[in-house]
Design a binder for this molecule. Structure first.
Ligand code: MN
Length: 725
């Protein structure tokens, strides 16, 4: 295969030349070795474009040597980034043996974050996590990854349409915001425009044509803008460069969509940029004064990102003025160094750090937000935090808040005093009890606006509470509050468990999990965690709880032992229990659902805490109970019970006639030893319905009453009621 023998000699020389030009103290042997190593690993692979695969790592390395120059390690990683992924004969140990730990860590990080993006939010969050974790190991992972992505975006055309769309979407959602996060302005713009071109080709081409059509007009306009500037600045010592550049297409497109305006009405189609050769902030303000002296500034459009840099360390003065022909023009003023940071962010800082050891606070600041996200306390929080954080638009979603001393804090739009408090310090957040905004007391959920001065009032006794989570906006506040709440829960849980165990020990009680669960259910809690926390919070009085549960237990033990006695007795009495005798008296009760009387066929049911309850054998409730707990059913017969009476109910229907009520009651009372408890009779349309409750000795007694009542003239029906109402 011809491609396998290509030596890439020219490419190698070109790469080394770029490195020596852009990378200070670059070691050519490291890059050369990586070049040969990767060439060998990829020699049998071809790209979709039919080029040898190795042309891709070379292109990535070139980007890292010229567009995002960091160091020789990054260039080597650019060459090696796909080796482990694509060739099974290579693994991280081999990379480590050949190139050392630094390069192995970066290549490993790059290999791990490959091909994880699946599109759904869950996978996205998981992908971000791996990405973020690998970045915290070595920030160069993200630089190499972005160079890789840039080359993929530049060579999209060789892939099939579905894959192109997927990669473009991913670029817009993850890699462009990430570039922004790391201050890589230039890269962000190119990635966005490439993705825009892929996802909405027509709009892209249309905008491009319109902007190109105005190129001459634009260049002439910039000339006219420059002339008075040049005149004013000639006499100063300030060296500067003025350029006008069309804004990148995607940002114009986004503005058109956001403001719902056509191309012709988006005024800041291009920005004038003044870059000062000196490293002096004062010069920036001087030039700003000159610009404002020549052209009228548009109110409220001045932004001082020099005094207050953006989260990605971007610094510049922005002002909008009314330029020649009354056109509004955005002017950016910054030093050369600020410009490098604006275009290359973390990469520029890396360059300035050169040679210094230890953690550079500027570099650390680029990944502070990553630690905030990764430290989120819960999975849900992490997912919410990570997605929000990636979507946070650094260019419009921030407000600036002053501390009482005049320091500035940067917060997302919608932030509250609690967010501010946590931004100042976790401790301030924890004890935040109130806030003054511009010297006036406000509630803690007050929504701050840019320029507010906020003073936080604290109290030692104050602690975060759940409600704060309903209004805080920053990931830091959310994760600090959750952490505190979890810690508090944990402490309460442990204290509660401790207390419980001590009490049991003291009272020499042993509780199985089942026993405990019964108690938890009886006080309507869901689980042991809730229970121990409630004990820890003193919401439950353990002494009381144990006393009642011990009493209950004792009762149920009594019943059980009585039941044992029953069985004992039953055996001696031929298998049947008689309801009599001192042994059982207190335990026997007659169920209200069927009101059994001597002579009825009955069954007994041993109820926990309630003794033996007697039901009629055909009682429906008894049937249900027996089905559930058959072992608690005992068979029973009625002994001779002298002198006891039982209550029963009769339902009597018939024809209404004068004196019928008298007739019925007399008939009942004429049966020996009968007592009526109550009579209720309703008459309606000449028909009566009556309920009579009475005391009888036994079934025989009752039957004789029923017979006599049935014999009364005009009575249709006499029926024993199951239930006494
Ligand atoms: Mn690659």
């Amino acid at each position: 295969m011809a491609s396998a023998t290509i030596s890439f000699k020219a490419e190698k020389e070109e790469l080394l030349r770029l490195c020596s030009r852009n990378i200070p103290n670059f070691r050519s042997d490291v890059v050369e070795k990586a070049f040969d190593f990767a060439m060998e690993a990829h020699k049998n692979f071809v790209r979709k474009s039919n080029e040898p695969f190795f042309s891709h790592p070379i292109a990535v390395a070139r980007i890292l040597a010229s567009e995002l120059p960091l160091d020789d390690v990054s260039v080597a990683c650019g060459l090696l980034h796909d080796v482990v992924e694509d060739n099974d004969n290579y693994n991280i140990d081999i990379i480590k043996k050949n190139f050392g730990n630094d390069i192995a860590v970066i290549v490993d990080g790059l290999t791990k974050i490959k091909n994880l993006f699946k599109g759904s939010e869950f996978d996205q969050a998981e992908y971000y996590r791996k990405l973020l974790l690998s970045i915290t190991k070595d920030i160069r992972v993200i630089i190499v990854k972005l160079a890789d992505r840039l080359n993929n975006m530049r060579t999209l055309e060789f892939l099939d349409s579905d894959k192109r769309k997927k990669i473009a979407k991913e670029t817009l959602e993850i890699y462009a915001p990430l570039s922004n996060r790391f201050g890589l302005g230039q890269l962000k713009w190119e990635l966005e425009d490439l993705a825009f071109k892929e996802l909405n080709k027509q709009a892209y081409e249309d905008l491009k044509r319109k902007i190109n059509a105005k190129r001459t007009e634009r260049e002439e306009y910039i000339e006219r803008f420059k002339q008075p500037m040049v005149r004013e600045l000639t006499n100063s010592n300030i060296k500067y460069e003025i350029s006008g550049r069309a804004k990148h297409l995607y940002s114009i497109y986004r503005k058109m969509i956001k403001r719902n305006k056509p191309f012709s009405e988006i005024y800041d189609l291009f920005a004038i940029r003044i870059i000062l050769e000196s490293d002096s902030k004062t010069d920036c303000y001087t030039v700003h004064g000159v610009v404002n002296g020549i052209f009228t500034p548009v109110p409220d459009r001045f932004k001082d990102y020099i005094a207050i840099p953006k989260a990605n360390n971007y610094q510049s003065l922005h002002t909008t003025v009314v330029g020649p022909d009354g056109k509004k023009v955005e002017v950016q003023i910054r030093t050369r160094k600020m410009h490098e940071v604006a275009e290359q962010g973390v990469a520029a800082h890396w360059k300035y750090k050169e040679g210094k050891s230890g953690d550079d606070p500027q570099l650390v600041s680029y990944i502070a937000w990553i630690r905030d996200i990764l430290e989120s306390s819960t999975e849900d929080e992490y997912k919410k935090g990570v997605v929000d954080n990636f979507k946070l638009d650094l260019y419009s979603d921030e407000i600036f808040i002053f501390t009482p001393k005049g320091d500035l804090k940067r917060l997302p739009v919608g932030s509250t005093p609690v967010d501010f408090a946590f931004q100042v310090h976790s401790k301030v957040g924890h004890h935040c009890i109130g806030a003054k905004v511009n010297h006036k007391l406000v509630p803690l959920d007050f929504v701050l606006k840019s320029g507010d001065q906020v003073e936080i009032l604290t109290s030692k006794n104050q602690h975060p509470n759940k409600n704060w989570l309903k209004f805080v906006k920053t990931t830091k506040a959310v994760s600090d509050i959750k952490k505190w709440l979890n810690k508090e829960d944990e402490a309460l849980f442990n204290a509660g468990k401790d207390l419980w165990e001590k009490k049991l020990k003291k009272l020499k009680l042993s509780f199985t999990n089942q026993d405990l669960n019964k108690i938890i259910q009886s006080i309507k809690l869901d689980n042991t965690r809730q229970f121990f926390m409630a004990v820890g919070q003193s919401k439950i009085n353990v002494d009381e709880l144990l006393t009642t549960s011990m009493e209950k237990e004792k009762k149920s033990k009594d019943v059980v032992s009585s039941y044992e006695n029953f069985k004992e007795f039953a055996r001696s009495s031929g298998g049947q229990l008689a309801i009599s005798g001192e042994n059982f008296k207190m335990l026997v009760s007659y169920s209200k659902c069927c009101s059994p009387i001597p002579g009825d066929d009955v069954l007994g049911f041993v109820s926990i805490g309630g003794g033996i309850r007697i039901h009629r054998a055909d009682c429906k409730n008894m049937g249900d109970l027996a089905k559930k707990d058959p072992e608690k059913v005992v068979s029973i017969f009625w002994p001779e019970i002298e002198g006891s009476s039982f209550i029963v109910g009769l339902s009597i229907n018939g024809l209404d006639s004068p004196g019928i009520l008298n007739n019925i009651s007399n008939t009942i009372l004429n049966v020996k030893t009968t007592n009526i408890k109550s009579i209720n009779i309703d008459t309606h349309d000449g028909v009566f319905k009556g309920i009579v409750t009475l005391y009888v000795m036994n079934k025989e007694h009752l039957n004789s009453i029923i017979d006599k009542v049935r014999a009364i003239e005009g009575v249709y029906e006499v029926r024993r009621l199951d239930e006494i109402i």
